[in-house]
Structure formats: C-alpha cells, structure tokens
Design a protein around this ligand. Sequence first.
Ligand code: 13P
Ligand code: SF4
Length: 364
Amino acid sequence: MNNPIPFSEYQNLSDEDCQARILAAKAKLGKRLVILGHHYQRSDVFKHADFSGDSLKLSRSAANSEADYIVFCGVHFMAEVADILSRPEQVSILPDLAAGCSMADMATLARVERAWRELKTVLDPDATITPVTYINSAADLKAFCGEHGGIVCTSSNATKILEWSFARREKVLFFPDQHLGRWSGYKMGIPLEDMVLWDWDQPLGGLTPEQVRKAKIILWKGLCSVHQMFQPANIHRFRQEHPDGLVISHPECSFEVCRLSDYVGSTEYIIRTIAAAKPGTHWLVGTELNLVQRLAEQFKGEGKTVQFMASTVCMCSTMARIDPQHLAWCLENLVAGHVVNRIKVPAHEAEQARVALQRMLDAS
Ligand code: 13P
Ligand code: SF4
C-alpha cells in the first residue's frame, strides 16, 4: 500500500479548498467516521463536528460511538479519553498532535507520585486521601487515580465527584486545576482555610505536616492561563454599565471571578443557561473567545447580547492548532486507507484509567 499523504501537501491550501475537501472526505467515509468537536474549537472546524459538547458530554459521545474512526477536534487528553472509552478496534485521532492543554501539563505522573510519597511521611494516603483528577490530565494520571481508589471529574460534575470521594475517605488530593477544586469545595461548604495549595516545587508541597493533617482538600497549584485573564475589574465595570446584566463564568476562572459571577459552570452549562434566558438580557461571559463569539452570534436574533469578559484576546491557542488544513489532511488519509495521528493509550494504563473514568460516569 502507498504511503500516507504528507501534511506538507496541505499546509498551503486555502481554507475554502479545505472546506470542500473535508466535506467530500466526510461523505466518502460516511458512518465509519465521527467527528467530535469541543466548544472552544475554531468555527471553521467546529462546523464539521457531528457531536459537540463539554468534556463530559464528549466522553459519553466517544463511549457510545459506533464509528471506526473518532476524529477529535479538541486537545490531546480528550482524544486519549475517546481511545480509552471506545472499543479496541476503534481508532481515535487528533488532527494536530501539538494540540495539548497547558494546564494538563502542570501535573505529571512523576510529580504526583512524588507528592503521594511525601504525603506518606505524614499520613497513610491510601487510607485517607481520594486522588481526584480533572479530566484535563494525561491518561497516566487517570490510571494513578484508578489504582489508588480515585476518580476523574469534569467541570460539570466536580461537586458530585467530591461528594463521592468524601463518602469514602476523609481528604481529597485534587489535580491539576486549583480553581475548579477550590470552587467546587467552596460550593460544598468546605471553608477556604481547609483547602491548602500544593506547590510541586517545594518539599511537602510547601506545607507543614500540621497543615496536611488539618486539610480537607489539597489543591494542586495548576491553572488554565486562558481563564486567568478574566479579572474582577471586568465584572465591576460591566455591572456599572449594565446594572441588570448577568455574569456567567467557567469554574477554571479565579475564585474571585467565580464568587462575583451570577452563574458558574461548564461550557455546556454556559450555553444552556444563556439559551434559556429571556430575550433582551445582557450577558458577560468568562470563558474562551471562540465559544463566546459563537454565543454572541447565535443569540443576537433573540435580542440577547453576549459580551466577552476580557479586554484582550483569550483563546485556547493549543486547541486552535486544529485547523481546516489538519482536518482535511487526516480525513483524506483515512479515505486513502491511512491512519495518521492515532492516539493510543498503552493497554495497562488504559485499563486503570478506564476504572477511574467509569467511576465518574457511574457517579454523575
Ligand atoms: P468543559 O468540560 O467545561 O467544556 O471544559 C473543558 C476545558 O478545557 C475548559 O478549559
Ligand atoms: Fe486546557 Fe485552558 Fe485550553 Fe481548557 S482552555 S484546554 S484548560 S489550556
């Protein structure tokens, strides 16, 4: 069989050419192909998605898919989840392998295993701590959670997953996003002083043994830089200009931004909430720009105005790497009988990661 078509044949294609070629390849592949698209995906790619959603909804779509090829227009950890939850003969593809998640990279297996070892000097973590990983993490960390009685969460079920965790053990180690962990703990009524920050660069996370013993939630010091661009000052200014306006944010935003918002939730929740709002309402939205621009466009006909929370451009630059050129390249290779950019989680890792993901799907 001939070789895969190299990407160099696509990089200078115009967007219009790519659109036509993507549609033609989709038509040829028919039901053998499903394209999943995260809400932050750029519109010229998002429009080709068969299913869109937040991370929870997309993991369910991947688990229920019958297609031979699952092409994930999102970031690396999402394509890994699709591989783990699909059948072994299904193939998960990420059109550009450089589409990672900078927050996910802040927790590595080596760092988390070191944290677990250091925690062992103070208490017995396997008896007292449930490790909870945000789905924005590598498969080996999900496997770590599977092996250690832990679980995965997403931005739409984090509080429920914390309840699951506390029903089993007295403490939680939450990684990699401190903000989602803190906000979810706060919503459950856990005092802020009972949530401590684990700095992976410091011995014992920069904490004293006493702080570790007293803590309910140990929060990994990770964050999403895109969501840190939203500031309380943006909300104050909006409220001055629009006293009846409504503010909605993603829980990856800072604690102050979440506290000042009227609503906080996942991308899917943000869409649902604005869709259900009355005509004439005015919204300030703290999440990625591609989604906010789509919402503004979608709801202007209903007289709803949707405004982006930051004054600068905050895009998920890694997700934006999936462009029409990469999508056309991997689809036309599939038509020619070649799989490019397959994401395959090693079997031993996938098995334990599946345990942690399945616990989440059962609990939410
Ligand atoms: P959602 O699960 O809310 O879509 O969030 C995923 C994500 O990466 C947000 O930055
Ligand atoms: Fe990761 Fe942030 Fe991009 Fe979400 S927006 S995928 S957390 S870098």
